[in-house]
Design a protein around this ligand. Structure first.
Ligand code: NAG
Ligand code: NAG
Ligand code: NAG
Ligand code: NAG
Ligand code: NAG
Ligand code: NAG
Ligand code: NAG
Length: 437
Protein backbone atom coordinates (compact mmCIF):
# COMPACT_ATOMS: atom_id res chain seq x y z
CA UNK A 1 0.00 0.00 0.00
CA UNK A 2 0.89 3.60 -0.41
CA UNK A 3 3.53 4.77 2.07
CA UNK A 4 4.63 1.32 3.21
CA UNK A 5 8.03 1.76 1.72
CA UNK A 6 8.52 4.90 3.71
CA UNK A 7 8.51 3.09 7.00
CA UNK A 8 12.20 2.43 6.91
CA UNK A 9 13.55 4.51 9.64
CA UNK A 10 15.67 3.35 12.44
CA UNK A 11 15.08 4.28 15.97
CA UNK A 12 17.75 6.05 17.75
CA UNK A 13 18.33 5.44 21.36
CA UNK A 14 19.65 8.33 23.22
CA UNK A 15 22.19 7.34 25.70
CA UNK A 16 22.23 10.15 28.09
CA UNK A 17 24.43 10.63 30.99
CA UNK A 18 22.09 11.02 33.89
CA UNK A 19 24.73 12.80 35.82
CA UNK A 20 25.34 15.55 33.21
CA UNK A 21 21.71 16.08 32.25
CA UNK A 22 20.90 19.74 31.64
CA UNK A 23 17.45 20.58 32.99
CA UNK A 24 14.98 21.57 30.24
CA UNK A 25 17.34 20.85 27.32
CA UNK A 26 14.94 19.97 24.51
CA UNK A 27 15.06 19.92 20.72
CA UNK A 28 12.34 21.15 18.41
CA UNK A 29 12.49 20.25 14.71
CA UNK A 30 9.97 21.92 12.39
CA UNK A 31 8.19 20.95 10.27
CA UNK A 32 8.16 17.42 11.64
CA UNK A 33 6.39 15.84 8.66
CA UNK A 34 6.70 18.07 5.62
CA UNK A 35 4.75 17.03 2.53
CA UNK A 36 6.34 18.83 -0.37
CA UNK A 37 6.08 18.95 -4.14
CA UNK A 38 9.05 18.15 -6.33
CA UNK A 39 10.94 21.27 -7.32
CA UNK A 40 10.01 23.28 -4.22
CA UNK A 41 12.46 24.42 -1.56
CA UNK A 42 12.25 23.12 1.99
CA UNK A 43 13.64 24.71 5.12
CA UNK A 44 13.95 22.69 8.33
CA UNK A 45 14.55 24.46 11.63
CA UNK A 46 16.14 22.75 14.60
CA UNK A 47 15.91 24.72 17.84
CA UNK A 48 17.50 23.83 21.12
CA UNK A 49 15.92 25.11 24.27
CA UNK A 50 17.49 25.75 27.64
CA UNK A 51 21.11 25.26 26.66
CA UNK A 52 23.28 27.65 28.66
CA UNK A 53 26.09 27.58 26.10
CA UNK A 54 26.41 27.38 22.29
CA UNK A 55 24.92 24.28 20.70
CA UNK A 56 26.63 22.13 18.08
CA UNK A 57 24.29 20.91 15.33
CA UNK A 58 24.73 18.00 12.92
CA UNK A 59 22.22 17.22 10.18
CA UNK A 60 22.16 13.70 8.82
CA UNK A 61 20.01 11.67 6.54
CA UNK A 62 18.97 8.41 8.11
CA UNK A 63 18.87 6.65 4.82
CA UNK A 64 22.22 6.71 3.17
CA UNK A 65 21.41 9.42 0.71
CA UNK A 66 22.89 12.81 0.28
CA UNK A 67 20.29 15.37 1.26
CA UNK A 68 22.11 18.21 -0.40
CA UNK A 69 20.94 20.83 2.09
CA UNK A 70 22.75 23.91 3.27
CA UNK A 71 22.75 24.57 6.98
CA UNK A 72 22.98 27.89 8.76
CA UNK A 73 23.69 28.07 12.43
CA UNK A 74 22.83 30.57 15.09
CA UNK A 75 23.59 30.10 18.77
CA UNK A 76 20.83 27.65 19.61
CA UNK A 77 19.10 27.33 16.20
CA UNK A 78 20.12 25.61 12.98
CA UNK A 79 18.37 25.86 9.63
CA UNK A 80 18.68 23.35 6.84
CA UNK A 81 17.66 24.57 3.42
CA UNK A 82 17.07 21.97 0.71
CA UNK A 83 16.53 23.60 -2.66
CA UNK A 84 14.74 22.03 -5.62
CA UNK A 85 13.37 18.99 -3.85
CA UNK A 86 13.51 15.76 -5.81
CA UNK A 87 12.00 12.35 -5.28
CA UNK A 88 15.30 11.33 -3.64
CA UNK A 89 14.46 13.64 -0.77
CA UNK A 90 11.69 11.36 0.49
CA UNK A 91 13.80 10.53 3.52
CA UNK A 92 14.12 11.11 7.22
CA UNK A 93 16.42 13.97 8.18
CA UNK A 94 17.86 14.00 11.65
CA UNK A 95 19.01 17.02 13.56
CA UNK A 96 21.57 16.17 16.29
CA UNK A 97 22.33 18.82 18.82
CA UNK A 98 25.02 18.76 21.45
CA UNK A 99 24.79 21.07 24.42
CA UNK A 100 27.90 20.85 26.48
CA UNK A 101 28.27 17.09 26.80
CA UNK A 102 24.67 16.21 26.32
CA UNK A 103 23.31 15.12 22.91
CA UNK A 104 19.73 15.08 21.66
CA UNK A 105 18.20 14.44 18.25
CA UNK A 106 14.97 14.91 16.37
CA UNK A 107 13.79 13.48 13.11
CA UNK A 108 11.78 15.06 10.31
CA UNK A 109 10.13 12.79 7.82
CA UNK A 110 10.02 14.37 4.38
CA UNK A 111 7.37 13.14 1.98
CA UNK A 112 7.92 14.28 -1.55
CA UNK A 113 5.13 14.08 -4.10
CA UNK A 114 4.66 15.08 -7.68
CA UNK A 115 1.53 15.86 -9.66
CA UNK A 116 2.71 18.83 -11.66
CA UNK A 117 0.15 19.03 -14.47
CA UNK A 118 -3.47 18.42 -15.21
CA UNK A 119 -4.02 15.06 -16.84
CA UNK A 120 -3.77 14.99 -20.60
CA UNK A 121 -7.09 14.04 -22.11
CA UNK A 122 -6.89 13.75 -25.90
CA UNK A 123 -9.90 15.21 -27.69
CA UNK A 124 -12.64 12.78 -28.59
CA UNK A 125 -13.81 13.01 -32.20
CA UNK A 126 -17.39 12.22 -31.35
CA UNK A 127 -19.44 10.53 -28.67
CA UNK A 128 -22.14 8.37 -30.15
CA UNK A 129 -24.76 6.86 -27.90
CA UNK A 130 -24.45 3.12 -27.36
CA UNK A 131 -21.21 3.02 -29.29
CA UNK A 132 -18.23 1.92 -27.20
CA UNK A 133 -14.88 3.57 -27.61
CA UNK A 134 -11.67 3.61 -25.67
CA UNK A 135 -10.78 6.81 -23.87
CA UNK A 136 -7.30 7.54 -22.55
CA UNK A 137 -6.08 9.91 -19.91
CA UNK A 138 -2.36 10.43 -19.26
CA UNK A 139 -0.86 11.79 -16.06
CA UNK A 140 2.75 12.87 -16.29
CA UNK A 141 5.51 12.87 -13.69
CA UNK A 142 3.63 11.34 -10.80
CA UNK A 143 5.15 10.42 -7.48
CA UNK A 144 4.44 8.29 -5.49
CA UNK A 145 2.68 6.34 -8.22
CA UNK A 146 1.07 3.99 -5.74
CA UNK A 147 -0.85 6.92 -4.25
CA UNK A 148 -2.43 7.78 -7.61
CA UNK A 149 -6.04 7.17 -8.47
CA UNK A 150 -7.78 8.09 -11.71
CA UNK A 151 -11.50 8.69 -11.70
CA UNK A 152 -13.53 9.04 -14.90
CA UNK A 153 -16.69 11.09 -14.56
CA UNK A 154 -19.60 12.08 -16.77
CA UNK A 155 -21.19 15.06 -15.11
CA UNK A 156 -21.11 14.17 -11.43
CA UNK A 157 -21.40 10.45 -12.00
CA UNK A 158 -18.35 8.22 -11.60
CA UNK A 159 -17.90 6.01 -14.63
CA UNK A 160 -14.71 4.19 -13.73
CA UNK A 161 -11.94 4.24 -11.14
CA UNK A 162 -8.45 3.20 -12.11
CA UNK A 163 -5.31 2.59 -10.06
CA UNK A 164 -1.82 1.78 -11.26
CA UNK A 165 -0.91 -1.88 -10.96
CA UNK A 166 2.61 -1.32 -9.80
CA UNK A 167 5.29 -3.89 -9.33
CA UNK A 168 8.39 -1.78 -9.02
CA UNK A 169 9.27 0.44 -6.17
CA UNK A 170 9.90 3.50 -8.27
CA UNK A 171 12.44 6.05 -7.12
CA UNK A 172 11.51 8.67 -9.68
CA UNK A 173 8.45 10.32 -11.17
CA UNK A 174 6.39 8.13 -13.49
CA UNK A 175 3.81 8.59 -16.22
CA UNK A 176 0.54 6.77 -16.00
CA UNK A 177 -2.07 6.16 -18.67
CA UNK A 178 -5.60 5.18 -17.76
CA UNK A 179 -7.67 3.56 -20.47
CA UNK A 180 -11.38 3.14 -20.28
CA UNK A 181 -13.97 1.62 -22.61
CA UNK A 182 -16.84 4.02 -22.55
CA UNK A 183 -20.33 3.54 -23.92
CA UNK A 184 -22.22 6.85 -23.84
CA UNK A 185 -25.84 6.78 -22.79
CA UNK A 186 -28.61 9.11 -23.93
CA UNK A 187 -29.05 10.24 -20.32
CA UNK A 188 -25.53 11.65 -20.22
CA UNK A 189 -26.01 13.92 -23.20
CA UNK A 190 -24.62 17.39 -22.60
CA UNK A 191 -22.53 16.42 -19.59
CA UNK A 192 -18.78 16.85 -19.46
CA UNK A 193 -16.34 13.98 -19.35
CA UNK A 194 -13.72 14.50 -16.69
CA UNK A 195 -10.49 12.67 -15.91
CA UNK A 196 -9.67 13.34 -12.29
CA UNK A 197 -6.22 12.45 -10.96
CA UNK A 198 -5.91 12.26 -7.19
CA UNK A 199 -2.72 11.71 -5.26
CA UNK A 200 -3.70 10.83 -1.73
CA UNK A 201 -2.37 9.27 1.40
CA UNK A 202 -3.95 9.44 4.81
CA UNK A 203 -0.65 8.30 6.26
CA UNK A 204 1.14 11.52 5.48
CA UNK A 205 -1.84 13.75 4.86
CA UNK A 206 -1.53 14.11 1.12
CA UNK A 207 -4.52 15.01 -1.00
CA UNK A 208 -3.83 16.59 -4.34
CA UNK A 209 -6.28 16.63 -7.22
CA UNK A 210 -6.02 17.67 -10.82
CA UNK A 211 -8.81 17.54 -13.43
CA UNK A 212 -9.14 17.67 -17.15
CA UNK A 213 -12.36 17.98 -19.11
CA UNK A 214 -12.52 16.24 -22.45
CA UNK A 215 -13.26 18.13 -25.63
CA UNK A 216 -15.48 16.17 -27.94
CA UNK A 217 -17.23 16.71 -31.22
CA UNK A 218 -20.94 16.30 -31.87
CA UNK A 219 -21.72 12.61 -32.41
CA UNK A 220 -25.48 12.61 -32.74
CA UNK A 221 -27.82 15.28 -34.02
CA UNK A 222 -31.49 15.14 -33.17
CA UNK A 223 -34.31 17.34 -34.40
CA UNK A 224 -37.57 18.06 -32.60
CA UNK A 225 -39.49 16.85 -35.68
CA UNK A 226 -38.26 14.22 -38.09
CA UNK A 227 -40.70 14.39 -41.00
CA UNK A 228 -41.89 17.97 -40.86
CA UNK A 229 -44.76 19.21 -42.95
CA UNK A 230 -46.47 22.57 -42.91
CA UNK A 231 -49.64 23.89 -44.51
CA UNK A 232 -49.25 26.56 -47.12
CA UNK A 233 -49.15 29.85 -45.21
CA UNK A 234 -48.61 28.00 -41.94
CA UNK A 235 -45.92 28.21 -39.25
CA UNK A 236 -43.23 25.63 -38.58
CA UNK A 237 -40.48 25.49 -35.94
CA UNK A 238 -37.85 22.80 -35.74
CA UNK A 239 -35.16 22.64 -33.07
CA UNK A 240 -31.87 20.90 -33.65
CA UNK A 241 -29.87 19.44 -30.76
CA UNK A 242 -26.26 18.28 -30.68
CA UNK A 243 -23.96 17.42 -27.86
CA UNK A 244 -20.32 18.47 -27.62
CA UNK A 245 -17.67 20.31 -25.66
CA UNK A 246 -17.14 23.13 -26.46
CA UNK A 247 -20.86 23.59 -27.06
CA UNK A 248 -21.39 23.23 -30.81
CA UNK A 249 -22.64 26.07 -32.96
CA UNK A 250 -25.89 24.95 -34.56
CA UNK A 251 -27.24 26.46 -37.78
CA UNK A 252 -29.85 25.55 -40.37
CA UNK A 253 -29.32 25.59 -44.10
CA UNK A 254 -31.64 25.02 -47.02
CA UNK A 255 -30.17 22.84 -49.71
CA UNK A 256 -30.32 24.91 -52.84
CA UNK A 257 -27.57 24.88 -55.43
CA UNK A 258 -25.54 26.46 -52.66
CA UNK A 259 -26.62 25.78 -49.07
CA UNK A 260 -28.50 28.88 -47.93
CA UNK A 261 -28.31 29.91 -44.28
CA UNK A 262 -31.76 29.86 -42.68
CA UNK A 263 -31.18 30.52 -38.97
CA UNK A 264 -28.97 32.27 -36.46
CA UNK A 265 -29.21 29.39 -34.00
CA UNK A 266 -30.64 25.93 -33.47
CA UNK A 267 -34.22 27.01 -34.32
CA UNK A 268 -35.49 26.76 -37.87
CA UNK A 269 -38.56 28.98 -38.14
CA UNK A 270 -40.80 29.05 -41.21
CA UNK A 271 -43.43 31.75 -41.05
CA UNK A 272 -46.19 31.75 -43.62
CA UNK A 273 -44.93 28.75 -45.54
CA UNK A 274 -44.71 29.02 -49.30
CA UNK A 275 -44.08 26.37 -51.92
CA UNK A 276 -40.51 27.47 -52.35
CA UNK A 277 -39.83 26.65 -48.70
CA UNK A 278 -40.48 22.99 -49.26
CA UNK A 279 -37.46 20.75 -49.76
CA UNK A 280 -34.33 19.49 -48.06
CA UNK A 281 -32.77 21.32 -45.15
CA UNK A 282 -29.82 20.41 -42.99
CA UNK A 283 -28.87 21.23 -39.47
CA UNK A 284 -25.14 21.78 -39.06
CA UNK A 285 -23.54 21.30 -35.64
CA UNK A 286 -19.87 22.10 -35.31
CA UNK A 287 -17.29 22.83 -32.68
CA UNK A 288 -13.51 22.97 -32.59
CA UNK A 289 -13.33 19.17 -32.71
CA UNK A 290 -15.81 18.06 -35.35
CA UNK A 291 -18.73 19.12 -37.47
CA UNK A 292 -21.77 17.05 -38.30
CA UNK A 293 -24.95 17.45 -40.34
CA UNK A 294 -28.44 16.04 -40.33
CA UNK A 295 -30.77 16.36 -43.32
CA UNK A 296 -34.54 16.61 -43.14
CA UNK A 297 -37.18 17.19 -45.77
CA UNK A 298 -39.81 19.84 -45.20
CA UNK A 299 -43.09 19.23 -47.00
CA UNK A 300 -45.48 22.10 -47.73
CA UNK A 301 -49.12 21.03 -47.93
CA UNK A 302 -51.82 22.94 -49.78
CA UNK A 303 -53.76 23.23 -53.02
CA UNK A 304 -51.48 23.57 -56.01
CA UNK A 305 -50.69 26.90 -57.60
CA UNK A 306 -52.38 27.76 -60.87
CA UNK A 307 -50.63 25.61 -63.46
CA UNK A 308 -49.22 26.93 -66.69
CA UNK A 309 -50.44 25.82 -70.10
CA UNK A 310 -48.61 26.75 -73.25
CA UNK A 311 -48.08 25.77 -76.82
CA UNK A 312 -44.75 24.44 -78.04
CA UNK A 313 -45.30 26.64 -81.03
CA UNK A 314 -44.87 30.38 -81.40
CA UNK A 315 -47.85 32.16 -82.97
CA UNK A 316 -50.98 30.42 -84.22
CA UNK A 317 -50.38 26.87 -85.36
CA UNK A 318 -51.27 25.96 -88.91
CA UNK A 319 -53.09 23.01 -90.23
CA UNK A 320 -50.84 20.00 -90.80
CA UNK A 321 -48.19 21.10 -88.30
CA UNK A 322 -46.97 18.95 -85.44
CA UNK A 323 -47.58 20.73 -82.16
CA UNK A 324 -47.50 19.92 -78.51
CA UNK A 325 -49.24 21.45 -75.53
CA UNK A 326 -47.31 21.73 -72.27
CA UNK A 327 -48.97 21.70 -68.87
CA UNK A 328 -46.71 22.47 -65.93
CA UNK A 329 -46.95 23.35 -62.25
CA UNK A 330 -44.30 24.77 -59.93
CA UNK A 331 -43.08 23.05 -56.75
CA UNK A 332 -45.62 21.16 -54.74
CA UNK A 333 -46.73 17.71 -55.66
CA UNK A 334 -49.83 17.90 -57.81
CA UNK A 335 -51.24 15.52 -60.36
CA UNK A 336 -51.37 17.17 -63.79
CA UNK A 337 -54.06 16.36 -66.32
CA UNK A 338 -54.73 17.83 -69.78
CA UNK A 339 -58.29 18.00 -71.03
CA UNK A 340 -59.45 18.71 -74.49
CA UNK A 341 -63.06 19.83 -74.72
CA UNK A 342 -63.71 18.24 -71.33
CA UNK A 343 -62.17 14.96 -72.47
CA UNK A 344 -59.15 13.66 -70.65
CA UNK A 345 -56.25 13.32 -73.07
CA UNK A 346 -53.43 10.84 -73.18
CA UNK A 347 -50.60 13.10 -72.19
CA UNK A 348 -47.07 11.98 -71.44
CA UNK A 349 -45.10 13.08 -68.37
CA UNK A 350 -41.90 14.91 -69.20
CA UNK A 351 -40.90 15.11 -65.54
CA UNK A 352 -42.59 15.48 -62.16
CA UNK A 353 -43.90 18.93 -62.93
CA UNK A 354 -44.60 18.87 -66.67
CA UNK A 355 -46.95 16.85 -68.89
CA UNK A 356 -47.11 17.10 -72.64
CA UNK A 357 -49.72 16.40 -75.28
CA UNK A 358 -48.39 15.85 -78.78
CA UNK A 359 -50.72 16.60 -81.68
CA UNK A 360 -49.21 15.39 -84.94
CA UNK A 361 -50.47 16.84 -88.18
CA UNK A 362 -52.84 19.39 -86.71
CA UNK A 363 -56.41 19.36 -88.04
CA UNK A 364 -59.03 22.10 -88.01
CA UNK A 365 -61.05 19.97 -85.62
CA UNK A 366 -58.17 20.06 -83.13
CA UNK A 367 -58.88 23.73 -82.47
CA UNK A 368 -60.61 24.58 -79.24
CA UNK A 369 -60.16 24.95 -75.54
CA UNK A 370 -57.51 22.86 -73.76
CA UNK A 371 -57.40 22.70 -69.99
CA UNK A 372 -54.44 21.99 -67.75
CA UNK A 373 -55.46 20.85 -64.28
CA UNK A 374 -53.20 20.54 -61.24
CA UNK A 375 -54.81 18.60 -58.44
CA UNK A 376 -53.84 17.25 -55.04
CA UNK A 377 -55.62 16.30 -51.83
CA UNK A 378 -56.02 19.97 -50.88
CA UNK A 379 -57.66 21.16 -54.05
CA UNK A 380 -57.22 21.83 -57.73
CA UNK A 381 -56.42 24.69 -60.07
CA UNK A 382 -56.86 25.00 -63.81
CA UNK A 383 -55.76 27.09 -66.71
CA UNK A 384 -56.97 27.03 -70.27
CA UNK A 385 -55.73 27.83 -73.71
CA UNK A 386 -57.89 28.55 -76.75
CA UNK A 387 -56.11 27.00 -79.70
CA UNK A 388 -56.99 28.24 -83.12
CA UNK A 389 -55.85 26.48 -86.26
CA UNK A 390 -54.94 28.44 -89.35
CA UNK A 391 -55.83 26.67 -92.58
CA UNK A 392 -53.10 26.08 -95.14
CA UNK A 393 -53.89 28.53 -98.01
CA UNK A 394 -51.88 26.70 -100.68
CA UNK A 395 -54.03 23.57 -100.30
CA UNK A 396 -56.95 25.10 -102.31
CA UNK A 397 -56.20 27.79 -104.95
CA UNK A 398 -59.47 28.13 -106.85
CA UNK A 399 -61.47 30.90 -108.51
CA UNK A 400 -64.49 32.20 -106.65
CA UNK A 401 -67.01 29.46 -107.41
CA UNK A 402 -70.36 31.37 -107.34
CA UNK A 403 -69.23 33.75 -110.17
CA UNK A 404 -68.18 30.91 -112.51
CA UNK A 405 -71.00 28.53 -111.67
CA UNK A 406 -74.21 30.63 -111.76
CA UNK A 407 -74.37 31.55 -115.53
CA UNK A 408 -74.35 27.85 -116.47
CA UNK A 409 -76.64 26.77 -113.67
CA UNK A 410 -79.42 25.87 -116.02
CA UNK A 411 -77.38 23.40 -118.05
CA UNK A 412 -76.26 21.34 -115.12
CA UNK A 413 -78.25 19.04 -113.06
CA UNK A 414 -79.35 19.82 -109.56
CA UNK A 415 -77.06 17.12 -108.38
CA UNK A 416 -74.00 18.90 -109.76
CA UNK A 417 -75.06 22.19 -108.17
CA UNK A 418 -75.45 20.48 -104.87
CA UNK A 419 -71.99 18.94 -105.21
CA UNK A 420 -70.37 22.26 -106.04
CA UNK A 421 -72.07 23.98 -103.12
CA UNK A 422 -70.65 21.46 -100.69
CA UNK A 423 -67.11 22.04 -102.04
CA UNK A 424 -67.63 25.78 -101.76
CA UNK A 425 -68.68 25.53 -98.16
CA UNK A 426 -65.67 23.37 -97.28
CA UNK A 427 -63.31 25.81 -98.89
CA UNK A 428 -64.90 28.68 -97.02
CA UNK A 429 -64.40 26.84 -93.81
CA UNK A 430 -60.69 26.34 -94.54
CA UNK A 431 -59.95 29.90 -95.50
CA UNK A 432 -59.11 32.29 -92.76
CA UNK A 433 -59.33 31.05 -89.17
CA UNK A 434 -61.88 28.60 -87.99
CA UNK A 435 -62.81 28.33 -84.40
CA UNK A 436 -64.44 25.08 -83.66
CA UNK A 437 -65.74 24.16 -80.29
C1 NAG B 1 28.70 31.28 20.69
O1 NAG B 1 28.37 31.69 19.33
C2 NAG B 1 28.46 33.05 19.11
C3 NAG B 1 28.08 33.33 17.68
O2 NAG B 1 27.02 32.50 17.28
C4 NAG B 1 29.86 33.52 19.38
O3 NAG B 1 29.90 34.93 19.19
C5 NAG B 1 30.27 33.12 20.75
O4 NAG B 1 31.61 33.42 20.95
C6 NAG B 1 30.10 31.66 20.98
N1 NAG B 1 30.39 31.32 22.38
C7 NAG B 1 31.17 30.29 22.72
C8 NAG B 1 31.33 30.09 24.17
O5 NAG B 1 31.71 29.58 21.89
C1 NAG C 1 15.62 21.01 -10.17
O1 NAG C 1 16.06 19.67 -10.34
C2 NAG C 1 15.73 19.11 -11.61
C3 NAG C 1 16.12 17.65 -11.58
O2 NAG C 1 17.27 17.41 -10.85
C4 NAG C 1 16.43 19.90 -12.67
O3 NAG C 1 16.11 19.35 -13.92
C5 NAG C 1 15.98 21.32 -12.61
O4 NAG C 1 16.66 22.10 -13.55
C6 NAG C 1 16.25 21.88 -11.21
N1 NAG C 1 15.62 23.21 -11.12
C7 NAG C 1 16.24 24.23 -10.57
C8 NAG C 1 15.47 25.52 -10.53
O5 NAG C 1 17.35 24.16 -10.14
C1 NAG D 1 6.72 10.69 -19.40
O1 NAG D 1 6.24 11.31 -20.58
C2 NAG D 1 7.07 12.35 -21.05
C3 NAG D 1 6.38 13.03 -22.17
O2 NAG D 1 5.80 12.10 -23.02
C4 NAG D 1 8.41 11.75 -21.44
O3 NAG D 1 9.26 12.78 -21.90
C5 NAG D 1 9.02 11.07 -20.24
O4 NAG D 1 10.21 10.43 -20.60
C6 NAG D 1 8.07 10.05 -19.67
N1 NAG D 1 8.60 9.56 -18.41
C7 NAG D 1 8.73 8.26 -18.15
C8 NAG D 1 9.24 7.91 -16.82
O5 NAG D 1 8.42 7.42 -18.96
C1 NAG E 1 -17.98 21.63 -19.55
O1 NAG E 1 -16.67 22.07 -19.55
C2 NAG E 1 -16.47 23.33 -20.16
C3 NAG E 1 -14.99 23.62 -20.14
O2 NAG E 1 -14.30 22.65 -20.89
C4 NAG E 1 -17.26 24.39 -19.42
O3 NAG E 1 -17.12 25.62 -20.06
C5 NAG E 1 -18.71 23.99 -19.39
O4 NAG E 1 -19.45 24.90 -18.63
C6 NAG E 1 -18.87 22.61 -18.83
N1 NAG E 1 -20.25 22.19 -18.99
C7 NAG E 1 -20.97 21.70 -18.00
C8 NAG E 1 -22.35 21.28 -18.34
O5 NAG E 1 -20.50 21.58 -16.88
C1 NAG F 1 -44.59 15.74 -88.17
O1 NAG F 1 -44.07 14.55 -87.63
C2 NAG F 1 -43.93 13.49 -88.54
C3 NAG F 1 -43.50 12.25 -87.85
O2 NAG F 1 -42.96 12.51 -86.60
C4 NAG F 1 -42.98 13.88 -89.65
O3 NAG F 1 -42.83 12.84 -90.58
C5 NAG F 1 -43.46 15.15 -90.30
O4 NAG F 1 -42.54 15.59 -91.25
C6 NAG F 1 -43.70 16.23 -89.28
N1 NAG F 1 -44.35 17.38 -89.94
C7 NAG F 1 -43.93 18.63 -89.80
C8 NAG F 1 -44.70 19.67 -90.52
O5 NAG F 1 -42.95 18.91 -89.10
C1 NAG G 1 -39.47 19.64 -66.61
O1 NAG G 1 -39.36 19.77 -68.00
C2 NAG G 1 -39.57 21.10 -68.50
C3 NAG G 1 -39.53 21.03 -69.99
O2 NAG G 1 -38.44 20.29 -70.45
C4 NAG G 1 -38.51 22.03 -67.93
O3 NAG G 1 -38.72 23.33 -68.38
C5 NAG G 1 -38.60 21.97 -66.43
O4 NAG G 1 -37.55 22.76 -65.87
C6 NAG G 1 -38.50 20.56 -65.94
N1 NAG G 1 -38.72 20.57 -64.50
C7 NAG G 1 -38.04 19.83 -63.67
C8 NAG G 1 -38.38 19.93 -62.24
O5 NAG G 1 -37.13 19.08 -64.07
C1 NAG H 1 -61.48 31.05 -79.04
O1 NAG H 1 -60.99 32.15 -79.83
C2 NAG H 1 -61.81 32.52 -80.90
C3 NAG H 1 -61.16 33.64 -81.69
O2 NAG H 1 -59.96 34.05 -81.15
C4 NAG H 1 -63.18 32.92 -80.42
O3 NAG H 1 -64.00 33.21 -81.49
C5 NAG H 1 -63.75 31.79 -79.57
O4 NAG H 1 -64.99 32.20 -79.05
C6 NAG H 1 -62.84 31.41 -78.51
N1 NAG H 1 -63.42 30.31 -77.78
C7 NAG H 1 -63.69 30.40 -76.49
C8 NAG H 1 -64.35 29.19 -75.91
O5 NAG H 1 -63.47 31.40 -75.83
Amino acid sequence: MCGMKCITFSLWINILSVITEIPGFELELTPPKPVIHVGKDLELTCRANACPSNVTFVWTALVDRYHGGVSKKERTVSHLLIKNITVKHSIDIVCKATCERQQKQKKSRIQVFSLPQDPLLPEIKSLIENQTQMLSCIVHDVYPLECLQIEWLRGDKTLFVDKPQYTNDYDDVQNFTSQFNYTPSVLDRGKNITCKATLSSTEFGLNETRNSIAEYGPGTITTSINNPSVKLGGHLEITCHADGNPKPTILWFKEENEPALQSQNKELIINSASWSQAGWYHCDASNAVESLQKRIKVTVLGPPNIPKIQLSHKGDPKEGENISILCSSDVGSAELTLYRQSQRTESEALNKSTVLLKIPSLQIRDAGIYICEAKNEFGSERSTINITVAAQHNVMKMPDLPVAILPIAGSVSLLTIAGLLIRYCRKKARSGESHLQ
